[in-house]
Design a protein around this ligand. Structure first.
Ligand SMILES: Cc1ncc(C[n+]2csc(CCOP(=O)(O)OP(=O)(O)O)c2C)c(N)n1
Ligand SMILES: [Mg+2]
Length: 545
């Protein structure tokens, strides 16, 4: 069997249903031969984002795989892999390499060397009989420990060579680790002793599918819950104990409870310092539960820490906490939930003029608010983009079911959202999959709307067109005044139609919901839709200093 066919066979055994890629890489043809659906993008970056979403929305049960050619394909993929690394997403990246006689000779691009810092595992295979071993190592790494990209560089000539008969392959296991029981007892004691604890859930809860345990722990402790952007939807945001998600912009209840917390319990999170995550108050007492010891005491000092799978950790804590509480309710829930309710109502009242604005150009908040109320939220997977759309949507979108919001932001590449929505739709075809982006973001990956059309991936793309990089206005005042440097232009509804999709430009507040309904109907018929809302250059965010 040729090495390319061996790789395809192994992908099949690992449960891979889609190979997303861009030619030339013989693995693409070999995958089609074994009935793995091949999906060809318009540029590599979007394909990696699609693979990324396949992994995310399946909690890593199904690993997204991307293949590309040596040289330009591998060079052009860097952004997609770096984004997955930044946000800790487990994907398998399969670049072809230069033929072995040229493999490590300048200026030929070496994926093995260049991807070292954006993968957790990178290997260059130089012997055909090593292919199954390299694939086993890659899949074992990608399924276990901290989720992150892995890469196997397969030289183009090696892919055409035969792997000697007799090779075998067993799919890589997914193994879980549980925290030290003594440390669990200490953390449970600290949680029970705290007067105003706040639970901060990261995406580790999604990967471990620890949603039920998270809720149980919160309800036992009668403690409020927030999430990172990546962890958003791990806890129902309509639950009376929900503070909404943390990001650059947040709700008032979250700000209030976080700043007055006497203990913050992070579960499945990294506590990394980032502009796009809610900052922990200075001097806050932190208890940190994470899969990756490298995150403990990294950006923040942890008073106590637990290492292990989030589901096993939460399960162990629930048992310990229940023991300590002797079964009875603590009698705190009423006060906590009333305070949350009051602060949330105050905050929403303050934002109501923006969320229900009748102005034209449209308020982006009005578009988001109408979208939230027009879709079936529990059966929608939505993602933001970089720039203002992220900070406009994340505090106001109320996720009610796990894995229905793809949040990101350890690095924030404009244009990431489109591929995420497309990958989500591949993995969850019955869900409405939506990306909300600005007119700068579409400049990066917009051509791949054609991929959605051609590959029959009917997503809904919500474009907030304000003919500007509005978020940059205040830092580019002179350049804007002298050279109009933050202006951008385009008619994206026409663009969507030109690529074979459904496109509508919406300018009036009353037209928002009917347009959304028409677009959803189009997606149900199999046609991707792009709604272009003409919006003001909004610069107001729900930010607390
Ligand atoms: C690849 C990349 N380059 C640069 C940036 C920095 N950046 C963040 S948002 C933004 C402009 C956003 O404009 P737009 O998407 O139109 O949203 P708006 O603020 O106008 O609503 C820029 C340049 C980035 N996030 N990603
Ligand atoms: Mg804009």
């Amino acid at each position: 069997m040729k090495a390319a066919a061996v790789v395809a066979d192994i992908l099949k055994r690992e449960g891979v249903q889609f190979l997303i890629g861009y030619p030339v890489n013989p693995i693409i043809e070999a995958a089609a031969e074994v009935d793995i659906r091949t999906i060809i993008v318009r540029q590599e970056r979007t394909g990696l984002h699609m693979a990324d979403a396949v992994s995310r929305v399946s909690s890593g049960e199904r690993i997204g795989v991307f293949a590309m050619q040596h040289g330009p394909g591998a060079e052009n993929s860097f952004g997609g892999v770096a984004q997955a690394y930044g946000d800790s997403v487990p994907i398998v990246v399969l670049p072809a390499g230069y033929p072995r006689r040229l493999l490590n000779i300048p200026p030929n691009f070496s994926s093995f060397l260049n991807y070292q810092h954006v993968t957790k595992w990178a290997e260059q295979v130089i012997l055909a009989d090593a292919v199954p071993h390299a694939m086993r190592r890659a899949f074992t790494q990608v399924r276990n420990g901290r989720p992150r990209p892995v890469l196997v560089e397969l030289p183009a000539d090696l892919l055409q060579e035969n792997v000697p008969d007799g090779w075998t392959y067993t799919p890589a296991p997914r193994l879980r680790t549980a925290p030290d029981p003594r440390a669990v007892a200490d953390v449970a004691a600290a949680l029970v002793a705290a007067e105003r604890p706040v639970i901060y859930a990261g995406q580790g809860v999604h990967y471990a599918r620890g949603w039920r345990e998270l809720r149980e722990l919160a309800e036992l402790l009668e403690a409020p819950v927030t999430t990172s952007l990546q962890g958003k939807s791990a806890f129902p945001e309509t639950h009376p104990l929900s503070l909404g998600s943390g990001g650059r912009s947040i709700g008032k209840a979250l700000h209030h409870f976080l700043t007055s917390a006497d203990l913050i319990f992070g579960i499945g999170c990294s506590f990394s310092t980032t502009n796009y995550g809610v900052a922990m108050p200075k001097g806050a007492r932190i208890v940190h539960a994470t899969l990756d010891p490298a995150d403990v005491n990294k950006d923040l000092r942890a008073e106590l820490a637990l290492i292990g799978d989030a589901d096993l950790t939460l399960g162990a804590l629930v048992a310990e906490v229940r023991d300590r509480l002797h079964g009875g309710p603590r009698g705190r829930a009423a006060a906590v939930t009333q305070e949350i309710k009051r602060l949330k109502a105050e905050w929403l009242a303050q934002w109501a003029p923006r969320l229900t604005s009748e102005a034209t150009p449209l308020s982006p908040y009005r578009v988001i608010w109408d979208l939230l109320h027009a879709v079936d939220v529990a059966n929608t997977i939505i993602t933001h983009d970089a720039g203002s759309p992220r900070d406009q949507i994340s505090p106001f979108w109320e996720s009610v079911a796990p894995l229905t919001y793809i949040g990101w932001g350890k690095t924030t590449q404009l244009g990431y959202g489109l591929g995420l929505a497309m990958g989500a739709k591949l993995a969850a075809p019955d869900k409405l999959c939506v990306n909300v982006w600005g007119d700068a973001a579409i400049g990066f990956t917009g051509m791949d709307f054609e991929t959605a059309v051609r590959e029959r991936i009917p997503i809904l793309s919500v474009l907030l067109n304000n003919f500007s990089m509005a978020i940059e206005l205040k830092v580019m005042k002179v350049a804007t005044e002298k050279y109009r440097s933050t202006d951008i232009s385009g008619n994206y509804a026409d663009f969507a139609r030109a690529l074979g999709g459904w496109g509508e430009r919406v300018t009036e507040p009353g037209a928002i919901v009917p347009a959304i309904k028409r677009a959803i109907a189009k997606t149900r018929e199999g046609t991707p839709a792009l709604l272009e809302f003409i919006t003001e250059k909004a610069v107001d965010f729900s930010i607390f200093p």
